[in-house]
Design a protein around this ligand. Structure first.
Ligand code: BYC
Length: 474
């Protein structure tokens, strides 16, 4: 028997909801089985200085203490209900927000929730071996924090499936524990979540680029007319911010360390930089190109009737929907999408309703560009003449208008042969991967010590010093 208030902190009155309790009693042991198999490898006995959410109050969502990860209190939290909340867009605009699933949207809504839920365990699976090569105890703690919170985000979606979707929901919740990242027979649903995350540069890129897709998708779902989904996503966003922080500062610290070593030793050539045991800026650019392009695919096709339906039905809004100044129905509006026509890339206006994936992707790109600008400042401050650039959004795409085309980072339409000739100038080659992998030699775990290829962060977690014992290995 689960002791609900103790074991599963929640604000959904779980202690009194018998149906939900029964569903969770079944699912929770399967979840633990999944965590033991697919969670961070050989970490189950570590005491980790983690943040746990025990309530949605300002002092309750960030309680820090040592926890063994299998004993982490994966809770169920929704932002408190606003009784006056309405459906704010689409054909039901102005109706009271739905507290139960509207029958006609049941399968669509379930599909969106399952797609969102599927990414959470996928990312834990992708990252499960990285603890063996952490560059410091601080970073090890951070990846574990990200992992337990992705676990909690899975709980959040499973709560919705169990509470609102009956038997189908329970079956979907089980399937979320059965698919595996990268598995040939039963893969995760979306492309990027089947890519390996083999090293820490890839991990930081993933948390910068792909977790930020998480942010934008959650923001769009936080506008949903289905109120429990909206409230769940709002709370998840508080945790997502830390994941993106880990990514942005992680890449930033790698760049900083590379620049320091380049300056000290007056070297610029990538092979000289590598000889000094840090990651050359060219390789960082290639990782950026890869993670950016596979993450752009996560927004779906540029022109999508699915996206139009989600919006018109009131299930998934735009980024900051209620702050936008228009009719929130979009029956007349147009939006430009890009496509390959006559050997070059051209814009075409399409009904804005069908271009909502593209619009969300564009919102995302704006924010990404700011982050890359902050990395650039680290390079500029070191006085090194190197520019990090975001490739054209058609580069290396597998979903949408650019799928099947061969676009250079500068946005030229090439033949397959011409593109392949340059592939490893633009994307990490097996040799680049092998070099980065060669730096991932064992854990750096002496408190306060950092691997040679990354600079220390500016400050520790929760005002603790950098040499704090963030993980006790027992
Ligand atoms: N890979 O009209 P289309 C996160 C499928 S990340 C494989 O283009 P739609 C996190 C699509 O399913 C955020 N398949 O797309 C981050 C459809 O299949 P069917 C995750 C893809 O439906 C880090 C077909 O192609 N949340 O939280 O408009 C760590 C044509 O569909 C892909 C969400 O994504 C792909 N990349 O939009 C942890 C929000 N893209 O129907 C967590 C929920 C498309 O032909 N999901 N397809 O079988 C959605 O809103 C939508 O499903 C999508 C796709 C935006 C993903």
């Amino acid at each position: 028997m689960i002791n609900y208030t103790e074991k599963i902190p929640n604000n959904v009155d779980l202690g009194r909801d018998r149906v939900l309790q029964r569903a969770l009693e079944h699912w929770q042991p399967a979840y633990m089985g999944w965590w033991y198999d697919m969670g961070p490898n050989e970490s189950h006995n570590f005491d980790v200085y983690l943040r746990t959410a025990v309530s949605v109050e300002p002092d309750g969502w960030a309680q820090f203490d040592y926890v063994k990860m299998p004993e982490y209190r994966w809770g169920i939290f929704l932002q408190p209900r606003d009784e006056k909340r309405l459906v704010n867009f689409g054909v039901h605009k102005g109706d009271p927000a739905w507290q139960e699933v509207p029958g006609e949207y049941r399968s669509t809504l379930r599909r969106v929730i399952v797609t969102q839920g599927d990414t959470e365990p996928a990312s834990v699976e992708q990252q499960r071996m990285l603890g063996f090569s952490c560059p410091s105890m601080y970073d090890l703690r951070n990846i574990f924090q990200v992992n337990v919170e992705e676990g909690r985000h899975l709980w959040a979606m499973v709560y919705l499936l169990h509470r609102y979707f009956g038997r189908d929901g329970r079956e979907e919740a089980e399937a979320l524990l059965a698919r595996r990242s990268g598995d040939a027979d039963n893969p995760r649903i979306l492309g990027a979540f089947n890519e390996p995350t083999p090293d820490w540069l890839a991990f930081y890129m993933f948390t910068f680029f792909t977790d930020r897709d998480g942010k934008f998708q959650l923001c769009a779902l936080a506008e949903s007319g289905f109120d429990p989904l909206a409230r769940t996503c709002r709370f998840m966003l508080t945790e997502e911010a830390h994941h993106m922080f880990v990514g942005e500062t992680g890449v930033g610290r790698i760049i900083q360390r590379t620049c320091e070593v380049m300056k000290e030793n007056k070297v610029e050539d990538p092979s000289d930089v590598r000889a000094l045991g840090v990651i050359d800026l060219q390789t960082i650019q290639k990782y950026l190109n890869f993670h950016y392009s596979v993450t752009l695919d996560l927004y779906g096709s540029d022109v999508s009737s699915n996206a139009a339906n989600y919006y018109t039905s009131g299930l998934k809004g735009r980024f900051r929907e209620t702050k936008l100044d228009d009719d929130h129905v979009l029956s007349e509006a147009q939006y430009p999408v890009f496509e390959v026509a006559g050997g070059r890339i051209a814009a075409r206006d399409v009904p804005a309703l069908t271009a909502l994936n593209e619009r969300l992707r564009d919102d995302y790109i704006d924010e990404i560009a700011d982050g890359v600008g902050r990395w650039q400042r680290v390079i500029d401050n070191a006085g090194i003449p190197f520019r990090l650039t975001l490739p054209h959004k058609g580069f290396h795409r597998a979903i949408g208008n650019f799928a099947g085309h061969f676009i250079s980072p500068a946005g030229e339409v090439l033949s397959e042969e011409a593109w392949k000739k340059h592939e490893f100038e633009w994307m990490p080659s097996p040799k680049d991967h092998a070099y980065v992998q060669s730096l991932m030699t064992g854990r750096v775990v002496e408190p306060g010590k950092f691997a040679n290829w990354i600079a220390p962060p500016l400050r520790g977690i929760n005002n603790k010093p950098l040499d704090f014992e963030y993980v006790r290995f027992n």
